[in-house]
Design a binder for this molecule. Structure first.
Ligand SMILES: NC(=O)C1=CN([C@@H]2O[C@H](COP(=O)(O)OP(=O)(O)OC[C@H]3O[C@@H](n4cnc5c(N)ncnc54)[C@H](OP(=O)(O)O)[C@@H]3O)[C@@H](O)[C@H]2O)C=CC1
Ligand SMILES: O=C1O[C@H](COP(=O)(O)O)[C@@H](O)[C@H](O)[C@H]1O
Length: 451
């Protein structure tokens, strides 16, 4: 497919997302599509010179062919401006040629203000608005933002980014479930004991207090990324991978999802204290620059969810994410029920079978119980392991491919974004009323001892 966008305007071009993920994502996409280019206009409050901006682009394109980096840098420019100021926005839009995509690489509250400012202006025909997660700051604001956006452009011109949907390993869940007779018939309450969706990180705050201290682990990871992973792991088979079919299936299962205890207390939260990760000393979260201890921001969150439908009635979905933990892992673990009966005479550990889909690195493990090597009537555990291989495009490369080629398949639909907020809202309320204690764990540990 060829790019349908001529100019990509990045609001918040001086930020972490732009330099660490977005520009390398554009490089990854363009390197895979010969002879394509896009004009990039960076906008931020910072006063970058043209040379500094070119250097940023060249650094992000370091692993792409050098001619590509030079071509893109030469066709790019930087404008200093306030993304919430209509005059600055008008200046930016006047400089953008052809078909335009406007990428809000801004903190969520600023992105909302920028949308409000844009809603008072005449926008270029066909403009695509690209919004980052978290979309809004709660259910109310997400719904209000959706209503506002709908007055500005049609839904197909709104792209809500969640880069987990750009990970090939997340999208692998679709093929794994629906292209294998041995898995899909087992994915139901008849056979599944529980499903765990885990994103543990050894990284700490990484100087992101300005954003993270307002979000915390629940909003940063569970409300957005992990609920979308849950949707792919639990949804009914879509008729096709057309944007409406796929997102329709995701929306349907999310509408049936709620906290296990409806008041949100089937959840836990904790915050890291001082410790060491991989031999590196890490200060306590509350001692990190920019953190306000009065906010009680959690760095580890776990929520048990129920899905009220025929397939999943009574099966707990345990969703967890945290920072500054002993190891990094992103996994979907399906634990199957124990067999109803073992023939007398088979002894040993009959632990339940498990399917582990690791999102990072891309691997698949099936834990099975088999007759042991020694005494053939003693059971042993055996693991079938598969390496799934990495995708050609990075997660942001995949996101950019969809944005630039005008596809909505991995864009989070407005109602899906609202459902994700609805699901976590009882938990947010329970926490704000202190119905769930804020626990602590040493950085570099596995979390509070009994989790
Ligand atoms: N960083 C990451 O790993 C990821 C981030 N995201 C999302 O991306 C978005 C941006 O995050 P991130 O890059 O980390 O945040 P940063 O704070 O690093 O970057 C935001 C940039 O926007 C600038 N900015 C703020 N207000 C304005 C304004 N009014 N006009 C123009 N520029 C402004 C900031 O400038 P200043 O420094 O002066 O405030 C900063 O350069 C967030 O929604 C986040 O959730 C999503 C996935 C991963
Ligand atoms: O969006 C975010 O995701 C990253 C984890 O993403 P990954 O691609 O590195 O797996 C997380 O570290 C960050 O806090 C969050 O904002």
């Amino acid at each position: 497919m060829t790019s349908r966008i001529d100019t990509l305007v990045i609001l918040g071009a001086g930020g972490d997302l732009t330099s660490r993920l977005l520009l390398p994502g554009i490089a990854s996409y363009l390197a895979s599509r010969d002879a394509q280019s896009v004009e990039i206009i960076g906008v931020d409050r910072e006063d970058f010179s043209a040379a500094q901006w070119h250097k940023r682009i060249s650094t992000a394109f370091a692993s792409a062919p050098s001619a590509l980096g030079t071509r893109v840098a030469d066709a790019s420019s930087y404008l200093r401006g306030d993304a919430t100021n209509p005059d600055d926005l008008a200046r930016v839009l006047a400089a953008a040629k052809g078909r335009v995509a406007l990428y809000f690489a801004l903190p969520p509250a600023v992105a909302e203000l920028a949308c409000r400012a844009l809603s008072t202006m005449t926008l270029p025909a066909g403009i695509t608005l690209v919004l980052e997660k978290p979309f809004g700051t709660d259910l109310r604001s997400a719904a209000a933002l959706n209503r506002l956006l709908q007055t500005m452009v049609p839904e197909k011109q709104i792209f809500r980014v969640d880069h987990f949907l750009g990970k090939s390993t997340v999208l692998n869940l679709i093929g794994l479930r629906f292209a294998n007779r041995i898995f899909e018939p087992l994915f139901s309450r008849d056979n599944v004991e529980k499903v765990e969706i885990i994103a543990d990180e050894s990284l700490g705050l990484e100087h992101r207090a300005g954003y993270y201290d307002h979000a915390g682990a629940l909003e940063d990871m569970i409300q957005s990324h992990l609920l979308l992973v849950l949707a792919l792991a639990a949804m009914e088979p879509p008729a096709s991978l057309d944007a409406e079919d796929l997102r329709g299936s995701m929306a349907q299962v999310l509408r049936a999802t709620r906290p296990w205890r409806k008041n949100g207390t089937s959840s836990r939260r904790a915050r890291y204290g001082a410790g060491s990760v991989d031999g590196r000393r890490m200060p306590a979260y509350i001692d990190e620059d920019g953190v306000d201890p009065r906010r009680k921001t959690e760095t580890l969150a776990q929520v048990t969810l129920a899905i009220d439908n025929w397939r999943w009635e009574g099966v707990p979905f345990i969703v967890r994410s945290g920072k500054a933990l002993a190891e990094s892992r992103q996994e979907v673990i399906v634990t199957f029920k124990e067999v109803p009966h073992l023939p007398a005479g088979l002894t040993g550990v009959a632990s339940p079978s498990r399917l582990r889909v690791s999102l990072k690195p891309a691997t698949l493990d099936l834990d099975l119980v088999v007759n042991g090597e020694g005494d053939p009537f003693t059971l042993d555990q055996s693991i079938l392991h598969a390496e799934l291989g990495e995708a050609e495009l990075s997660a942001y490369g995949e996101v950019l491919a969809d944005v630039l080629e005008g596809s909505s398949v991995i864009s989070v639909r407005g109602d899906v974004a609202e459902q994700c907020w609805r699901i976590v809202e009882p938990v947010m309320k329970a926490w704000s009323k202190d119905l769930v204690p804020l626990e602590t764990y040493p950085a570099g540990s596995l979390g509070p001892s009994e989790w």
